[in-house]
Design a protein. Structure first.
Length: 290
């Protein structure tokens, strides 16, 4: 049972991040298709999925098309009860749905003034009063949930509520917004999450000119975990098969003085961007180096 998921550019599409995390975090098989959100081809890319007009959108195995992240979330939770996508406790589940719905429909100032971008942290950004009001409400909701559950996620274990707030955490990180220690700890949990790191690393394989949202702004380093150092290299490599596809290697990186091979530039570059985010690569390194 494999779904088809259609998403926009990973570095900037907050709703696409939500859609992808629903599949990735709960191990639901899927094929990902990139839609031209910033290249201008989105309308024609989505034409076979009518009446869908926005990303993300999914096609379930019986060919039914489902758009909008709330509808996607409930559809997947219904079809995959063993994945426990909402909290198991009924009271917590009701609160989680409330928080996800409020995020889905609210926080307009934060969305408008602090669009999601995963390139780095904007230097010197001064949030408006309306953004600060949104942050205060977000902190109220996060603190309520985390104090009740004990964390590290809103309801203890990762749930769809965390999926919906992952791009909010990215906005806080990307603009250096002031939040409490509790809220910052929750933001850091997202930035450290391997799935989130894989999403960002793959997004960084694309470049933009001009750069959406932050063109002309000064960016500091991304505030997530510093990636392990790796760089482009020439072969030959320690391995002869790509750790992701198993195909013969054609493109190479160097890490810790050893050269590793991949089947295409994207496999190589996503790994350079954050080697430790990719379990298959790190398992190969461990097996080869001991």
């Amino acid at each position: 049972m494999t779904y088809d998921l259609y998403i926009g550019d990973r570095t900037f599409s907050s709703w696409s991040l939500r859609g992808w995390l629903m599949f990735e975090k709960f191990a639901i098989p899927h094929r990902t298709h990139l839609v031209g959100l910033y290249s201008g081809t989105m309308k024609q890319d989505l034409a076979p999925l009518a009446p869908a007009r926005l990303v993300p959108v999914m096609r379930i195995p019986d060919d039914t098309v489902v758009g909008d992240t709330l509808a996607m979330a409930e559809t997947l939770a219904e079809r995959h009860p063993d994945a426990v996508m909402w909290p198991a406790n009924a009271d917590a589940r009701a609160t989680a749905r409330w928080l996800a719905a409020e995020m889905h429909s609210g926080f307009g100032s934060l969305r408008t003034e602090c669009p999601m971008q995963l390139l780095g942290q904007v230097v010197g950004f001064a949030p408006s009063d309306s953004v600060l009001e949104d942050l205060a409400r977000i902190e109220e909701l996060w603190t309520l949930a985390i104090n009740a559950s004990g964390g590290p996620w809103l309801f203890g274990d990762y749930s769809l509520a965390d999926v919906f707030f992952a791009p909010v955490a990215a906005r806080i990180a990307g603009f250096g917004l002031p939040v409490s220690p509790t809220a910052q700890g929750y933001v850091d949990a997202h930035l450290s999450d391997p799935a989130f790191r894989r999403w960002r690393a793959l997004g960084l394989t694309n470049s933009y000119d001009p750069v959406p949202y932050v063109e002309g702004l000064t960016l500091a380093d991304w505030p997530g975990p510093p990636p392990r150092s790796a760089k482009h290299a020439n072969g030959p490599s320690v391995n002869t098969a790509c750790p992701y596809s198993g195909d013969p290697v054609t493109d190479f990186l160097e890490m810790d003085g050893k050269v590793w091979g991949f089947c295409n530039p994207t496999c190589r570059d996503k790994t350079i961007n954050d080697p430790e985010a990719w379990p298959a690569f790190m398992a190969m390194v461990a097996a080869q180096t001991g």
